[in-house]
Design a protein around this ligand. Sequence first.
Ligand code: ADP
Ligand code: MG
Length: 401
Amino acid sequence: ETAATAAAATPATAAVQTAAEEFGRLYGAEPEGVWAAPGRVNLIGEYTDFNDGFVMPLALPHTTVAAVSRRTDGVLRVHSADAPDGVVRLDIAGLTPSSGSGGWAAYPAGVVWALREAGHAVTGADIHVTSTVPTGAGLSSSAALEVATAKALSDLFGLGLPEAELAVIAQRAENDFVGVPCGIMDQMASACCQEGHALYLDARDLTQRQVPFDLVSRGLRLLVVDTQVKHALGDGAYAERRAGCEAGARALGLRALRDQPYEQLPDALARLEAAGQPENVVRYVRHVVSDDARVERAIALLDAGDIRATGRILLDGHVSLRDDLRVSCPELDLAVSSAVAAGALGARMTGGGFGGSAVVLIEEADATQVTKAVEAAFAEASFTAPRIFEATPSQGVHRLR
Ligand code: ADP
Ligand code: MG
């Protein structure tokens, strides 16, 4: 299987048809509408969003498609083609952060809860979702599910919420209802990305800029290597990094690490050491402040039209995530090292780490060679075969029908 054909996104018309038919079988009527929200890869800026910093994701062609109709009786019914548990029926008046069963339905139920918490009159819905976003692969299937749900309900109930507001609602659902302390990047990417662009986002005030990212005209490609190792952010490591970053900011007298100028980073690290901060806090601060700076450098290169030169920045970012933040794993490290040894311009883990996916920037002509080399390296190490596919910068959430 070549990189270009593996895990291709379902064509939109076929996805609409399939989702609408399944909705009809489940609920006995046509859906009022069908929406799609994508997964994402992050190019650079990792673990920076919850430090009020900068990120640069792009949307994948892989989407979560939601067929949805309104209800007026306070009932929420949800079904996923990708979950075994059939139709889940919930009473929306009874939705509270502690009421969930902990299953996948907490994501769409959390969106309904967050919308109602924000004062929007959502009176019930029937929802069927089907997705081509790999789950638990660091590609934000959870945000795609939340954002597709939020957009459908916003349209159906006439809420008219702008994309960034959908993202905020979706993050609230994941943080406070599902109970995952994620930053805002994934939801903003799924809601706001545009085809052919990377999203340059300031996570403090949600200022955003669409940065042209035309790989094809430059003879370049972006590969995603899904290591098939399932990350489990709930295991406390993410929260531990987050707490360490907050401790570092406090010790430096900063509102957030985003406020530490990169030029004075050595001085800041020395002050942390002198103040007796634990060595892991020093490492976390070095990662976050330097990754914010890497986003700025990447943006400058992209604005100058030099996508190739960002490869080096991806590599530096991976080393920082591996050695300072320590959120990589042997499979991710091997994906990066084997891709680079086979001629990739750059590569790094993307997303929360501890498994999940790596993103690889290559010359178009090297696609087969790099794909084969990574597959061979995984086989050699007796790792599960990775899933490798091409990422083309795609559209954020949109209505299909
Ligand atoms: P990621 O967002 O990187 O894929 P997460 O752990 O944040 O990983 O979210 C994965 C979880 O989201 C799944 O375990 C499941 O509960 C839920 N999920 C995502 N997409 C779907 C889907 N299409 N159907 C059912 N549940 C889904
Ligand atoms: Mg997620």
